[in-house]
Design a protein around this ligand. Sequence first.
Ligand SMILES: Nc1nc2c(ncn2[C@@H]2O[C@H](COP(=O)(O)OP(=O)(O)O)[C@@H](O)[C@H]2O)c(=O)[nH]1
Ligand SMILES: [Mg+2]
Length: 202
Amino acid sequence: MRARRATFIKSATERAGFPDHPYPEIAFAGRSNVGKSTLINTLVGVSNLARASNTPGRTRLINWFCVEPAKGPPLAFVDLPGFGYARVSKSMRAAWRPLVESYLSSSAALRGIVVLLDARRGAESEEAELLEWLRAEYLEPIVVVTKADKLPKSKRKPAAAAAGRALGLSRPPLVVSAQTGDGLAELWKAILRATSEPGGKP
Ligand SMILES: Nc1nc2c(ncn2[C@@H]2O[C@H](COP(=O)(O)OP(=O)(O)O)[C@@H](O)[C@H]2O)c(=O)[nH]1
Ligand SMILES: [Mg+2]
């Protein structure tokens, strides 16, 4: 499934710049280079909507996009800055947390958050910390193991199961690949389920 239409709404580096818009939000979080922007582009079917880059750490902005799914009302996809990249300086890493935390705790429109894990790396301490934080905020994550194409088929589900256990999830993560399109239909379903549910955070 692709989107009918997708447009850039706004970027922000601080809370004062967060946009006002009428759409339910789905955020995408994970370490730098895990494939957030590529996954957004592929879900939407626009190759350069969320810029994907080989220069990790450059994108310290939060980016909002308006996405009209094949069926149903428009949503906002939110591309969060990545965390935990070794080549990024300490001060840059220190800037990540307050920005993302202020977004996660202040967005009334947030209905779901897709947390990406690299199929070859699994869950590390940063992902565990993020998940714990989301639990404390009553946010139900949609956890995905991405770049599944980098693992042989037989290793994909076991890798997802291991990551799910490491993170204490009740269900194993979805296995996806932006390169092959594997798992994207399931991910769309999970996104639409999250955005069609009323409410959000209590
Ligand atoms: N093989 C493979 N490469 C991917 C996939 N998704 C992203 N990439 C590559 O991973 C790199 C980082 O992707 P990007 O979307 O910029 O990551 P971000 O920093 O999380 O936004 C790019 O070179 C992408 O082409 C995937 O599913 N499979
Ligand atoms: Mg990116």
